[in-house]
Design a protein around this ligand. Structure first.
Ligand code: GCV
Length: 743
């Protein structure tokens, strides 16, 4: 009896011990991103341990040391035993370049095709020892290869017979932080800026290094530090000193710094009379300014410029073209190897032309006029980062110009911090889009990688979603957009599903029971947001200013081309923007087969209301009327979010409490807001269609007045946004008893 009791107690203790050992080592809040390096399952440890016993690095440099540190940290964590730097032995991981490592040089590896950033990982033997080598031409390739090696273990790939080589498809893979010097972030939903300019350079927050590691782990090799709607102070000497200190922190990780500049800087900072790019004094000022930057930051990346856009100054102020503006800055950067990212996001309230056409009209005639160190940085669509947009017609239309693709990671129009929307699906839709510019197969991917027109440089840019929240990006799942952006920019052939799977494995657990449910949920999440916000080609019907929540009724903004009613054009006859030849003729900015498709009856449903104004009873491909189809899509979106919540509920056993609860709460917010979107939009469009709800679909619970009165004065992310209500919003909602809360 005594023995039985003792045995039982032992069994319990053992069970408790096992539980303790297998429980997450500490509470997780998302800070460690996908670089958590928590111990993998014991069986997997047994497999991997003999193949990763020590790290052999025969030289030191900041980048090689970063690689060594990452490997020893990662391997020790994943394999749950100390893996240090050591000597050549069985199972060693030998890292280096032929120049820095005699062991690597002796192997005579085929590194030439890998360029400056590529890497090779190979299982081989050195002096009779079975080893893994991580080799590259440059130290940065070794760092990228080290992250890739760790990823193999994190995702439980075999590492016994490796022969992998990889080089990035795009040369420049950049994030644009829209951070202001005062710590706010335009369209930032993850807290304040992580850059504490006031304390730099004396205090360099360790988070800068963690961020650089994360960027490097997915191959991001440059960041613009400040908002494209730029503050001229950023170029002042006191800030350049701080930027130099930050560049020192980021350099070992292969991340170069860029700055957004204000075109009027020669006047505002330089005290010149003009910023006219044709004025020799202006050119000389830019040269002197740029030379001064490079004296402190020899590998400075260059400038991002938002000119003559949304109130920003630019060359048009002096009757000069966008190309003349770009070139004066490019000429100053050229001797130092710097690059200009000149944004094509231009539209004017003074131009009555369809806003979707304006950038093309202005930039297309300038094809071939930009210097070779200029990229025309073009948003994925011609309006503004909508849940779905047809691709910007400039892609494929400027063969003699370097075009960079700009996508937005911070979800300004897609539910901001809390909605779970996995963006690589959107990015891939854009990259795979066939512009038909040179016949079939002229995809956006081939435009931006330079292969379509034989350009030697290439770039993709993501508007960052990083802030000082503990989880960096405002939600756990927004991290996947940062991760996925980098992975895709490195390898445009990856599928969003592959990326989701590897991100899930690293960020949560490798358990197939988790991943097989979560990857499809992430994949479906993008279509869900399209459905509950802007189905069938609707666009830009968000509330104004902050773009949070529905506002299809807004018609009173001083700039007409920013009003939601401008975009949907609902009337008694129907809805949609006629961009066919009988309307604004924006369709003709696309290659002829696409123009014809978009202007004709075979247009895919998903772009219908973007390009055509159709009757409420228009017969859709499904046989249903447009009105019924619209309602069905809104309801489908709401149902998809309900499904996502159910899926996540079932994932509770696989996820630590803190990250699970936060995500569950955010999905709750998303469900509430999806319903709000659906109800408000149906209530609004019904005032035009006057059609009954399709059978089985409930009418919105309130009338339109109710939804119009919802007033959110301080939604985050809007720099300079004032809380003053617009005409449509009752000034004193309580007085007339109208709700101001999200229903
Ligand atoms: C930085 C949209 C956003 C602005 C942003 C602008 C841009 O209009 O709402 O906040 O400004 O795009 O990309 O320049």
């Amino acid at each position: 009896m005594r023995g039985d009791w003792a045995r039982a107690a032992l069994v319990h203790l053992f069970a408790a011990g096992v539980l303790l050992l297998s429980a997450p080592a500490r509470a997780e809040d998302g800070y460690d991103l996908w670089l958590r390096y928590r111990p993998i399952e014991a069986t997997a440890q047994a497999q991997y341990r003999p193949l990763a016993t020590a790290v052999v690095s025969q030289a030191t440099s900041p980048t090689l040391d970063a690689a060594k540190t990452e490997l020893t940290k990662g391997l020790s964590g994943l394999l749950d035993r100390p893996v240090g730097a050591g000597a050549l032995a069985d199972g060693a991981v030998v890292i280096g370049t032929p120049a820095s490592s005699p062991l690597i040089a002796g192997l005579k590896l085929p590194l030439a095709p890998l360029g400056n950033e590529g890497y090779l990982i190979r299982s081989t033997s050195i002096d009779g020892h079975a080893v893994t080598v991580i080799a590259a031409n440059r130290d940065i390739g070794v760092l990228y290869g080290s992250f890739a090696f760790l990823r193999l273990i994190q995702t439980r790939q075999q590492i016994a017979r490796l022969d992998i080589s990889s080089a990035p498809r795009l040369k420049l893979r950049l994030l644009n932080h829209w951070d202001n010097i005062d710590g706010t972030i335009e369209r930032g939903y993850a807290g304040h800026s992580i850059f504490d300019w006031h304390k730099m350079p004396d205090y360099m927050d360790p988070r800068y290094t963690v961020m650089a590691r994360a960027d490097a782990s997915v191959g991001i090799n440059g960041i613009a530090l400040n908002n494209v709607s730029s503050d001229v102070w950023m170029l002042a000497p006191m800030y350049i000193g701080k930027v130099a200190a930050l560049a020192d922190v980021l350099r070992p990780y292969g991340v170069r710094v860029y700055l957004s500049i204000k075109f009027s800087a020669p006047v505002e900072l330089g005290k010149l009379k003009t910023a006219d790019p044709a004025d020799p004094m202006v050119a000389a000022w830019w040269k002197q300014e740029v030379d001064a930057i490079y004296r402190q930051i020899p590998d400075f990346g260059g400038f991002v410029v938002k000119a003559n856009s949304e109130g920003q100054p630019g060359p048009r102020d002096y009757n000069r073209s966008q190309a003349e503006g770009a070139n004066v800055v490019a000429d100053a950067l050229k001797p130092h190897g710097g690059t200009v990212f000149w944004r094509a996001f231009v539209y004017s309230e003074k131009d009555p032309t369809d806003r979707a056409k304006q950038a093309y009209n202005e930039f297309k005639p300038l094809d071939g006029k930009f210097r070779d160190n200029v990229f025309v940085q073009t948003k994925n669509g011609a309006i503004d980062f909508q849940p779905r947009e047809p691709v910007h017609p400039l892609f494929g239309a400027m063969p003699k110009t370097n075009l960079a693709l700009e996508v937005q990671l911070t979800k300004e129009y897609l539910g901001q911090a809390t909605h779970l929307v996995y963006l690589p699906v959107l990015f891939k839709e854009v990259l795979d889009w066939d512009t038909m510019a040179k016949g079939k197969g002229s995809t956006v991917a081939r435009v931006i990688d330079g292969s379509l027109e034989g350009h030697t440089t290439s770039a993709m840019v993501g508007v960052s979603n990083i802030g000082d929240d503990r989880n960096w990006t405002g939600s756990q799942f927004n991290q996947a957009d940062w991760y996925g952006f980098g992975r895709l920019a490195w390898d445009l052939n990856l599928t969003p599903e592959q990326i989701a799977r590897e991100w899930l494995a690293q960020t949560f657990t490798n358990d197939p029971a988790f991943i097989d449910k979560m990857a499809p949920m992430m994949m479906a999440s993008r279509e869900a947001v399209v459905n509950y916000m802007t189905p069938l080609g609707l666009h830009h019907i968000m509330a104004t200013g902050h773009h949070y929540g529905p506002g299809p009724w807004v018609d009173d903004l001083p700039r007409p081309e920013q009003n939601p009613v401008y975009f949907h054009r609902a009337d008694a006859k129907g809805v949609g923007f006629d961009r066919t030849p009988s309307g604004s003729d924006a369709t003709s900015q696309y290659a002829p087969p696409i123009a014809k498709l978009f202007a004709g009856p075979d247009i895919p449903d998903r772009y219908l209301l973007w390009f055509q104004h159709v009757g409420w009873d228009h017969k859709m491909k499904s046989g249903r009327s447009l009105w019924d189809e619209l309602v069905l899509h809104y309801d489908e979106g709401v149902a998809q979010v309900a499904q996502m919540r159910q899926t996540w509920d079932a994932m509770k056993p696989y996820v630590d409490a803190e990250r699970w609860s936060q995500t569950a709460a955010f999905l709750g917010i998303q469900a509430k807001e999806a319903q709000w979107w659906r109800d408000a939009c149906i209530a609004y469009f019904e005032t035009f269609s006057h059609m009954p709800m399709p059978a089985g679909h409930a009418a919105p619970p309130h009338d339109l007045t109710y939804y119009k009165a919802v007033y959110i004065p301080y939604a985050p992310g809007r720099t300079g946004y004032t809380a003053a209500p617009f005409k449509n919003t009752p000034k004193d909602p309580d007085q007339n008893g109208i709700a101001t809360q999200i229903p």
